[in-house]
Design a binder for this molecule. Structure first.
Ligand SMILES: NCCC[C@@H](N)C(=O)NCCCC[C@H](N)C(=O)O
Length: 259
């Protein structure tokens, strides 16, 4: 999994507002409305404790500050603990946090201490980005292309299958591909037999994974992946709504999933 960098997190709320405008234009609703419908919840007066974690590669600059900005963007009170790790966890609970946000290099969780609900960033990111792709108001069918079947892509493919979409998926890792075919019943997308999709959910850590044969002239590409899955020439040539943002949309889904 590619770790975020402080540069990925610069100018976060401007990137969110720009993406929210694209989401509204392409689906008819904004990210808060989509989260409310996807999870059936609304923000309340929950207090969010953000605990920096020093494990592995350690603290990422801007990460905790970004989580605080996101918490406040969705109308919640938040605080970053003065200490990291276990001392920070104790500080958050003692400080009256209802929800704890914390991440090491392998898992990023949101835990609601009041109702016991817990969420991971990789599942919530897969669910919300695939949900956004599936709401494209100019879709020409129920066909959705999922590129990448790692933890995030698999979660998104699973969500779309449950919602009754025709999911075509591809991943160079044959184990991931076979698992998704066996467990989810996805159709293997064959790059040799291209189909043009109007809804694409991409979840890989690679650039330019989308090629011309995969997309309709007018389409919605929804991806948390860094770097961008779309080659510049395709962005110029086609009418593509691109939803791509490094952190806020996934964290919004984490929070709404545990309210
Ligand atoms: N969609 C977001 C995916 C984030 C994930 N790829 C990552 O960088 N995780 C590492 C976070 C480490 C945070 C660090 N321990 C801190 O607390 O600052």
């Amino acid at each position: 999994m590619a770790l975020l960098t402080p540069e990925d997190l610069e100018d976060l709320l401007n990137k969110l507002n720009a993406n929210n405008d694209i989401i509204k234009g392409a689906t008819g609703e904004d990210i808060s409305q989509i989260c409310e419908e996807a999870y059936g919840t609304k923000p309340g007066n929950q207090k969010v404790g953000i605990v920096p974690i020093t494990a592995g590669n350690g603290i990422i600059g801007n990460f905790s500050a970004s989580l605080l900005a996101i918490t406040e963007y969705f109308g919640l009170e938040g605080f970053i603990t003065e200490h990291p790790d276990m001392t920070g966890y104790y500080e958050a609970v003692a400080g009256g946090a209802d929800i704890i946000l914390m991440a090491d290099d392998h898992i990023f969780i949101a835990h609601n201490l009041s109702n016991g609900k817990i969420a991971t960033n990789h599942i919530c990111t897969g669910v919300i980005y695939s949900e956004i792709a599936s709401r494209y108001k100019h879709a020409d069918s129920k066909d959705v292309l999922v590129i990448g079947l790692g933890r995030v892509g698999y979660a998104g493919a699973s969500h779309l299958v449950k919602k009754g979409f025709n999911v075509y998926a591809c991943d160079p890792n044959t184990e991931f591909m076979n698992k998704a075919i066996e467990e989810l019943g996805v159709n293997a997308f064959d790059i040799e037999k291209p189909r043009k999709f109007s809804m694409v959910f991409e979840a890989t850590p690679n650039a330019n994974t989308i090629s011309e044969g995969m997309i309709a002239e007018r389409c919605l590409v929804s991806t948390p992946g860094i770097p961008c899955a779309l080659p510049d020439d395709l962005v110029e040539k086609y009418d593509i709504d691109l939803v791509m943002e490094p952190l806020v949309i996934g964290v919004a889904a984490m929070l709404y999933s545990i309210f």
